[in-house]
Design a binder for this molecule. Structure first.
Ligand SMILES: [Zn+2]
Length: 311
């Protein structure tokens, strides 16, 4: 019986259930109280509708932790509805994995709407609040331009708890361990590990299938991916892309792209090849392995080339 139960609980991971929470907000139930909504693979410059990243929630015996909230109040509200369909327990924590607007702008849906309502703690990297302040104007203009009516009522909600190194959150029968990272994808990266299932929520430190994006430091990102590789996680929910049971393979793929990108840009700089030309040539050997390659890769070169010129 015990063996059968272990086999059955293993099967839950292999056969995710695609339940329709509401019309266009599908939730993947990974089992063991973990749920993921996968946004569409769209670029922020091409068809962006505020719903492009992975949004997760973890249900414990005391309440729920949300990991990223989507790119608008509307998406956050859809998430809140989806959670209410799964459990009557309150949302205790809203965690943001980093500052990017596709991951944070749904926070507003979790603010208390009346005095008796319990408001969750909003949790982010120690640098998240300052990064939100810096980008608020740019992001709200961008959201209004790209989302039109869907941007209505969307405000940035800053963290009430800042994570400097590590933080453990108690959901009752399970604990989440949060880790703040040095500069990598951004300067505000936070990863989350569920101790009960050994599931890692990497935020945008890891992309699967979709081309990785670097805004912070490419060498830092490669190093933080090494740390995540050593975490021993058995399941990983990336910032974008499908859930994987092979963390090492997923990280190796991302690191291969990042290392080729870094080496090709350095090579261009050494040979005096311009950034414009490099935008079309760097990491070309990786092109067929990734979605949205051209736009993301050009943007990465645009970010990294000027920084690497001063190495
Ligand atoms: Zn991001």
């Amino acid at each position: 019986m015990r063996i059968l139960m272990i086999i059955l609980s293993g099967l839950v991971w292999l056969l995710p259930v695609h339940a329709q929470a509401n019309d266009d907000f599908a939730i993947e139930a990974l089992g063991h109280g973990i749920y993921v909504h996968h946004g569409a693979h769209l670029d922020i410059d091409d068809g962006y509708q505020g719903d492009i990243c992975n949004i997760s929630f973890v249900v414990g015996s005391k309440g729920v932790a949300v990991i990223d909230t989507g790119g608008s109040l509307k998406v956050g509200q859809q998430l809140r509805l989806a959670i209410a369909k799964v459990t009557p327990l309150p949302v205790l924590y809203v965690i943001n994995t980093h500052v990017h607007p596709d991951h944070t702008y749904g926070n507003a849906a979790f603010l208390a709407s009346h005095v008796d309502e319990i408001e969750p703690e909003f949790i982010g990297h120690e640098k998240l609040a300052a990064a939100m302040d810096l980008r608020q104007e740019q992001y709200s203009k961008l959201n209004a331009k790209l989302l039109g009516e869907d941007a209505m009522g969307t405000i940035l909600v800053k963290p009430s708890i800042a994570v400097k190194t590590n933080l453990s959150l108690d959901l009752g029968d399970r604990k989440l361990l949060l880790m703040a990272h040095p500069i990598a994808h951004t300067n505000t990266d936070l990863s989350v590990m569920d101790g009960q299932t050994n599931t890692l929520f990497s935020g945008d430190l890891l992309f699967i299938e979709r081309t990785p994006v670097v805004e912070g430091d490419v060498r830092g990102l490669i190093a933080e991916l090494d740390k995540l590789k050593a975490s021993g996680a058995e399941h990983v929910v990336p910032g974008h892309g499908p859930v994987s049971q092979d963390l090492v393979l997923a990280i190796n793929n991302a690191q291969t792209y990042l290392k080729v990108l870094l080496s090709d840009i350095r090579d261009s700089i050494k040979k005096g090849i311009s950034m414009e030309v490099t935008m079309n040539t760097a990491a070309a050997s990786e092109k067929d392995k990734w979605l949205l390659f051209d736009v993301a890769n050009r943007r990465n070169v645009n970010t990294l080339y000027p920084a690497l010129e001063w190495e």
